[in-house]
Ligand binder design. Structure first.
Ligand code: ZN
Length: 419
């Protein structure tokens, strides 16, 4: 009996073969695994890049059994909600990040960048808890604290010159890497984020790595334009380098991107505050959940808005807003929460969706459009919901058959379905 007892291993002595996050089990990675959020990568960019030979490594990987398919993003099709979907594996109804900011119960606008706003643990936090070394690198610093939630090592390329990790001996991340970080509106920032992640991952022995890029290029240039082609060439080179280094590699976009301008080049925008005022609605509060610290590339104009009004004004506000050309849907709070898997307490009394070529604003004098580079390209609505999901390593047969994929399934594919 004594001998038999001696053979019993305590759970902490042997790593389990899987870990759970938000009700889904993930296999412990046996190879280093890289998941990338290719910010603003509308499927049309990849179609163009593949047709013009700008992504030879992706093409080669697809020929060798890799997967490139379409999935759906979380609505609103903005960056923070979708990054949180990808890293938690669940919808915004569960993780709670419904926009880049929201109006709290006491009427204040709150940026959704604080980890306390996140209502579900990330896959990375759960992996760390299971003893799997992880790392998150985000191009834009606004996501860093959300990604760091649960003790995950997370740095941003934007602020790599002033951030450090305990393992780096007091040096800043950029100093340790030995390359200065580009500015927030430098087209090279995304490439730098991937390079930095691969460098740090090998230093730290990270086995599960997330890199979130920035959509500055996609806001500025459409598929086929030189800036976009150069971006995807650089992206492809890095995908190839990771594959050559033995990584399991995949990416998904947080949202697509569409042109939102008139033939004369000005933004196709509907300002909502004057419309509500003219209809006699008072009080009202229009929230544009695209608003973040980086407005030069989109002027805080996206294709979805929350509108807060008193219960007695719901009908008249709905009627006035629905009559606007370019507004394709006005939903009440509960219907929108149900239709799009949203947390009802973090959206508006009304949810407005604009059509493919229209964006929504508060009032003309509240948007600084001077920083826009050329014609407005933006996102946020239903027309940016189709996103590419790619796994460059072969998947087990049947892994994606009869499955309505979401970008939040990326880690399931990478950890559970790669052969
Ligand atoms: Zn984005």
């Amino acid at each position: 009996m004594v001998g038999a007892r001696a053979l019993v291993l305590r759970p902490m002595d042997r790593p389990s073969i899987s870990f759970a996050a938000n009700g889904r089990r993930y296999r412990r990675p046996t190879r280093p695994t890289l998941a990338i959020c290719a910010d603003g990568t509308d499927p049309a960019y990849l179609d163009d890049a593949l047709a013009h030979g700008s992504m030879p490594r992706l093409a080669e990987a697809l020929d060798a059994g890799g997967t490139l398919t379409l999935g759906k993003a979380q609505v609103p099709t903005f960056t923070n909600p979708n990054n949180c979907c990808i890293v938690t594996g669940v919808s915004a109804a569960t993780h709670g990040i419904a926009g880049n900011h929201y109006r709290s119960a006491d009427g204040h606008e709150v940026q959704l960048t604080d980890p306390s706003a996140l209502r579900a643990p990330t896959i990375y936090a759960e992996a760390e808890r299971a003893g799997i070394p992880t790392l998150c690198v985000t191009a834009k610093d606004k996501l860093r604290r959300l990604l760091a939630s649960g003790g995950v090592p997370a740095v941003s390329a934007e602020n790599a010159h002033e951030q450090t990790l305990p393992e780096l001996g007091g040096l800043s991340v950029a100093e340790h890497y030995g390359r200065p970080n580009p500015g927030i509106y430098d087209p090279e920032l995304s490439s730098y984020a991937i390079d930095l992640a691969l460098h740090l991952a090998s230093e730290l022995g990270a086995m599960l790595v997330y890199v979130s890029l920035t959509d500055y290029v996609q806001h500025a240039a459409g598929p086929g334009e030189p800036l976009a082609r150069a971006f995807y060439e650089g992206f492809d080179e890095r995908l190839g380098r990771a594959l050559d280094g033995g990584w399991v590699v995949g990416f998904a976009a947080d949202h697509g991107m569409n042109a939102k301008s008139r033939p004369d080049g000005s933004p196709e925008v509907r300002y909502l505050e004057p419309v509500l005022a003219a209809a006699g609605v008072a009080p009202f509060h229009v929230i544009l959940p695209i608003t973040d610290p980086y407005v030069a590339h989109h002027g805080a104009l996206g294709s979805l808005a929350w509108v807060h009004v008193d219960a007695s004004a719901i009908d008249i506000a709905t009627e006035a807003l629905a009559a606007l050309p370019g507004v394709e849907a006005v939903l009440g709070r509960e219907s929108a929460a149900e239709a799009f898997e949203l947390p009802p307490d973090r959206i508006g009394d009304l949810v407005l969706l604009a059509d493919r070529s229209t964006v929504l604003g508060t009032a003309a004098d509240k948007h600084d459009l001077s920083g826009l580079h050329g014609r407005l390209r933006s996102h946020g609505g239903l027309h940016e919901q189709a996103v590419p999901i790619a796994v460059l390593n072969p998947l087990r047969p049947g892994a994606i058959e009869d499955r309505e994929l979401r970008n939040r399934d990326l880690h399931d594919l990478l950890l559970n379905d790669v052969l």
